[in-house]
Design a protein around this ligand. Structure first.
Ligand SMILES: NC(=O)c1ccc[n+]([C@@H]2O[C@H](COP(=O)([O-])OP(=O)(O)OC[C@H]3O[C@@H](n4cnc5c(N)ncnc54)[C@H](OP(=O)(O)O)[C@@H]3O)[C@@H](O)[C@H]2O)c1
Length: 307
């Protein structure tokens, strides 16, 4: 049965960093105890949507979610992802990967299962056929894709519709520093087909919190993606976000960034490492930017992106 809760959800929580040492430095600055606190705080605030993937922290993100959710009586909306690695040459490997994800998550079924990205050699159609199989077996409630273009998304949707199943979601990068989906037709195509957009990296990996700048850029892979020159370029946008936030009872730059995504009709899934970030990010959904402030942010973001 389709889970209609997704339509009512304003925000979910991204858990890529939960247990990931390579990219996010799990174990240095945040530990399992911080994540457990985040998880229970989210439930307290009515946030039940958690996005994970078999590859996050090499399975540790799913394992944490499974562990933390033992004994709770709230119904969760858990979204995980299957990675179609090029060496996965048979679509039955999706069934096996799902079984392992469910074991780590300690659940009988997932609310949403997504193909992480459209990698060759197996076709979009072949993975959708596998999705239909596990859907019919009652192991997943809804089917999603991630990083799919308009064309691939429509291909996936067509296969599912033949069986009377709708494609529920397409999870893509979307924030004030990346508005590709507004320009390449994906956002409109998804809306027209009743497919929800889940916006990943809504804070541009922390850059849209305003805490990184030319003097203190982020380290590691984030520093390569968002270098000093880029951080210099986005200064006017961050300044304006700060000014706008003040007008709404002192909202932070991060809260403005997340609220902007919601205003555009997508579901942001900000990543959080500790209670403070969870408190701020969840609070970002409980107010609304005015149309004129959205227009100001759009114009400024267009300007930085064009430079
Ligand atoms: N489908 C895909 O291919 C794909 C790709 C990427 C992400 N995702 C999903 O999207 C989720 C979110 O994306 P993301 O984690 O890449 O980036 P994000 O949500 O844009 O940024 C998250 C990072 O920003 C910092 N942060 C979070 N809240 C903050 C706040 N209030 N103030 C200051 N800093 C804050 C934290 O890192 P620091 O404290 O270290 O700065 C946090 O780990 C992931 O967890 C994952 O579930 C999916």
């Amino acid at each position: 049965m389709a889970d209609l809760r997704l339509n009512e959800m304003k925000l979910g929580i991204g858990t890529w960093s939960w247990g990931d040492t390579l990219y996010w430095g799990y174990g240095k600055g945040y530990q399992e105890e911080d994540l457990k606190r985040v998880f229970h705080y989210c439930l307290e605030k009515g946030i039940t949507f958690f996005d994970t993937a078999e590859i996050y922290g090499q399975g540790r993100s799913e394992t944490f979610l499974g562990k933390f959710s033992q004994g709770i009586n709230q119904s969760l909306y858990i979204a995980s992802k299957f990675m179609p690695f090029p060496w996965r040459l048979n679509n039955k490997q999706l069934d096996r990967a799902l079984e392992k994800s469910l074991q780590r998550l300690q659940r009988d079924a997932l609310q949403l299962y997504q193909i992480h990205m459209p990698l060759p050699p197996l076709s979009v159609e072949s993975w959708m056929e596998a999705m239909i199989r596990v859907h019919e077996a009652g192991l997943i409630e809804q089917i999603g894709v991630s990083n799919y273009s308009v064309e691939k998304m429509q291909k996936a949707q067509a296969v599912l519709l033949r069986e009377g199943i709708g494609l529920a979601t397409n999870q893509v990068e979307y924030h004030l520093l990346n508005r590709r989906i507004e320009k390449n037709g994906l956002m409109v195509a998804a809306k027209d087909s009743g497919i929800r957009i889940i916006a990943y990296s809504p804070l541009a990996m922390g850059v849209l919190s305003g805490k990184y700048n030319e003097e203190t850029p982020p380290s590691g892979f984030r520093g390569r993606k968002y270098n000093r020159q880029f951080l210099h370029q986005i200064k006017p946008l961050l300044l304006e976000m700060g000014r706008i936030g003040v007008k709404y009872d002192g909202k932070s730059i991060a809260q403005v960034a997340i609220n902007w995504v919601i205003a555009k009709g997508a579901i942001p899934i900000p990543g959080v490492k500790n209670l403070e970030q969870a408190q701020q990010n969840i609070e970002a959904a409980n107010w609304t930017l005015s149309d004129s402030d959205i227009a100001i942010l759009d114009a400024l973001s267009d300007k930085v992106l064009e430079q």
